[in-house]
Design a protein around this ligand. Structure first.
Ligand SMILES: CC(C)(COP(=O)(O)OP(=O)(O)OC[C@H]1O[C@@H](n2cnc3c(N)ncnc32)[C@H](O)[C@@H]1OP(=O)(O)O)[C@@H](O)C(=O)NCCC(=O)NCCS
Length: 189
């Protein structure tokens, strides 16, 4: 497994960021492209808006430089502003989504789902048998998204997060490749 750039021993964090009261039309999806260094400033700005214990710019640069890391950004049209991103890695038949976020102003349009679907497809491409992630117990919006993509709770890490301290729920999503019985939601790009 690739070394995580997390700083505090904690996994994913939730700041209590507020959700928009009125979501934009679901048809306004984003363009997903591999992250490059020119995206780092925008990605880091979204990260800081989303998490109380954000990854540093250097962590994102390292993720870009590591060819083993799956790092996609969502942009508003080709070459447009960055509105979200996902970071994942795959090794030993398993995958982990290390980071996923959508800019507060772009939420509720399916972009988080797009990013998650891309990571699930990449897990299949890497022949991973399962994809894992950690989520704050109280992060109901993210948990609804993960539930919609077939992730199920398989564990709990007591007081895993800080600022504020909170348990992490460990989620697992089996990846069943085509020809091996199939799995609903195994989207491929
Ligand atoms: C979680 C996050 C990535 C979702 O991004 P998004 O672009 O808003 O997600 P989507 O529009 O694809 O919505 C995904 C699901 O969220 C849920 N959802 C959407 N709007 C919601 C709302 N207003 N209230 C509650 N749940 C909502 C739905 O289950 C939706 O699934 P559906 O499209 O089948 O209805 C985004 O809210 C975010 O960046 N949050 C802060 C960072 C974070 O918590 N990251 C995850 C750490 S584990």
């Amino acid at each position: 497994m690739v070394a995580s750039p997390r700083r505090s021993g904690a996994g994913r964090r939730l700041t209590g960021a507020r959700w928009p009261m009125h979501d934009a039309p679901a048809t306004r999806r984003a363009t997903l492209v591999p992250a490059v260094r020119a995206h780092v400033a925008e990605v880091a700005a979204i990260e800081q808006a989303c998490f109380s214990d954000p990854w540093s710019d250097a962590s994102f640069r390292q993720a870009i430089d590591n060819v083993g890391v799956f790092f996609r950004v969502a942009t508003e049209g080709a070459g447009g502003p960055v509105v979200g991103y996902v970071v994942a890695w795959f090794a030993g038949g398993e995958g982990e989504i290390a980071n996923v976020a959508v800019a507060p102003s772009a939420r509720g349009r399916g972009i988080g789902g797009q990013l998650l679907d891309a990571a699930i497809a990449a897990a299949a491409d890497h022949e991973a048998e399962a994809l894992y992630l950690d989520v704050r117990e109280s992060n109901s919006r993210s948990r609804a998204l993960y539930d919609s993509r077939g992730f199920v709770e398989v564990g709990r890490r007591r007081r895993y997060y800080r600022r504020p301290a909170e348990d992490a729920i460990v989620l697992r999503r089996p990846i069943v490749r085509e020809g091996a019985g199939g799995a609903a939601g195994d989207s491929r790009r």
